[in-house]
Every structure is written in structure tokens, then in C-alpha cells.
Write a protein that binds this ligand. Structure first.
Ligand code: CO
Length: 137
């Protein structure tokens, strides 16, 4: 499986963006508000994958509470799948607990679903099926 993106929740989006672009050398791919997840997301190009910085829209949201006082904190890793419905079915058959039994819309129209960390060893894992307008590999 390919890594689609690694998501990092941040406290100060501008400062974090400056570090990732000016210091580390990443370039900005996309920026959009994902109301469903309560975040503004900025994607940075990392080869065929991306690093996604997430700024919580409110400080009372679960994402903000997860980050706490940290300036940045790794939030989830997302793996790209060609058929997210089939992948969810297969994982459920293997006894993996799912946060999302059915896929929902993520950034730029991708279909996404989260697996429950209690089944993954603690790391929040997202499955991501790119929308047809993007390359599916
Ligand atoms: Co994600």
C-alpha cells in the first residue's frame, strides 16, 4: 500500500507552514476546509504522497483536544486503496474495529474511512480512495 498522506494537527498554521515550506522545502499542493472533520487542511507535496497540516476550526473540537498544548502532533496516517468498500469489508472480516463503516468525503473529494486505534496498535489509520480526478495509483 502507498501512503496517501500523513496528517499533523497544528496550533499555529502560518508558523508551521513557514517551517515546512521555507525550512524543510515542501511546496503547497492544496488548501481547503473540511467541515466534516472540523479542520482547515493544507497539503504539502511529498513525492506522490503528501503531508497534511490540520488546523482545528474550533479549540473545543476532538482534533484540538487530541493536540492539546503541543505546537504540532502526528494525527493519522492515510493509506491509499483502489476500492475502499472492498478494503473495509476485508478488514471487518478480519475483526478490525472501524470508526467509519461506510466511506465519507475527505479532502478534494476523496473517499475516506478511519479504522479504530484500538485495532491498530494505537495509531489512527485512514483508508483513502482518491477521487477519479486524481491519479489512482
Ligand atoms: Co487524512
Amino acid at each position: 500500500m502507498t501512503i496517501d498522506h500523513v496528517a499533523i494537527v497544528v496550533k499555529d498554521l502560518d508558523a508551521t507552514l513557514r517551517f515546512y515550506t521555507e525550512t524543510l522545502g515542501f511546496s503547497e499542493l492544496y488548501r481547503e476546509v473540511i467541515y466534516d472533520q472540523g479542520v482547515e487542511a493544507v497539503g504539502l507535496k511529498a513525492g506522490d504522497s503528501s503531508v497534511e497540516l490540520l488546523l482545528p476550526l474550533t479549540e473545543s473540537s476532538p482534533v484540538a483536544r487530541y493536540r492539546g498544548d503541543a505546537a504540532t502532533k502526528l494525527h493519522h496516517t492515510a493509506y491509499r486503496v483502489a476500492d475502499i468498500d472492498a478494503a473495509l469489508r476485508a478488514l471487518k472480516e478480519k475483526g478490525v474495529a472501524l470508526i467509519d463503516e461506510r466511506p465519507r468525503r475527505g479532502a478534494h473529494g476523496n473517499l475516506i474511512a478511519f479504522l479504530h486505534p484500538k485495532s491498530t496498535g494505537g495509531v489512527l489509520i485512514e483508508l483513502c480512495q482518491p477521487s477519479r480526478s486524481r491519479s489512482p495509483e
